[in-house]
Design a protein around this ligand. Structure first.
Ligand SMILES: [Zn+2]
Length: 226
């Protein structure tokens, strides 16, 4: 069942963005997406997805792809032709980076709270460092260059206390709450928290930010700033 969220029209037509996370959706991993979602112009992966799935979306829909890794992402994915990839080929890894597409400013942070050995996991303190060392300087640069910090914050994990879980694997990050309060993105999207109960909350307004749990996908019409 497609989930479509429409925002009020801005001065320019909104950009339709496909967000995916955590689970391969059969009707998206299908040639029909080229026509079904022909008006989508940007795809965003929020982690814990096979790289071939993200590459498929990008190539069949012929759109730009940005992504962050989830805690279940492999260090390497072995393809049928024998090649090895560390992420979806052709996609932009948004971790600790900012990226401008269709005049939308995106920034991202990968991973979940650290709960075992392995990649793409961070302690609360390490995530604070990711925010301060990698994102804050780039967001300040955006402000100077474009007049605003960012429009969409992309993460795998939710913020602390919002859409997160009580267990040690699904607890969210405190640093994200600070980032949202200070830099005021219009949107935050995340995955990591699987939704099995239809009454579970997957949308929250926090200060000026619309926060969506993307699992397993959502399409948002996002206003483009003038
Ligand atoms: Zn996860």
């Amino acid at each position: 069942m497609p989930i479509l969220v429409r925002q009020a029209a801005g001065t320019q037509p909104p950009v339709k963005v496909l967000f995916v996370s955590d689970k391969v959706v059969e009707h998206i991993y299908s040639p029909s997406i080229a026509t079904r979602y022909a008006d989508v112009s940007l795809a965003v992966g929020c982690g814990d997805l096979p790289y071939y799935y993200l590459e498929y979306i990008q190539s069949v829909m012929n759109v730009s792809l940005v992504y962050v890794h989830g805690n279940h992402d492999p260090e390497r994915e072995y393809l049928s032709d024998g090649s090895v990839v560390t992420g979806p080929m052709g996609g932009v890894n948004l971790h600790g980076q900012t990226y401008r597409s269709k005049n939308l400013l995106l920034a991202g942070l990968e991973g979940s709270i650290r709960y075992r050995e392995g990649l793409f996991q961070y302690s609360q303190q390490q995530m604070w460092m990711n925010v301060f060392v990698h994102l804050v300087p780039r967001l300040l640069g955006n402000r100077l260059r474009y007049g605003r910090y960012l429009d969409i914050f992309v993460a795998h994990s939710p913020p602390y206390g919002i859409h997160n879980g009580d267990d040690r694997i699904h607890v969210g990050f405190h640093a994200f709450l600070w980032l949202l309060k200070v830099f005021k993105p219009r949107y935050m999207v995340h995955g990591h928290r699987h939704v099995y109960n239809p009454t579970e909350i997957t949308y929250t307004k926090f200060h000026q930010t619309h926060i969506y749990n993307i699992y397993p996908y959502k399409i948002l019409d996002i206003e483009v700033p003038a």
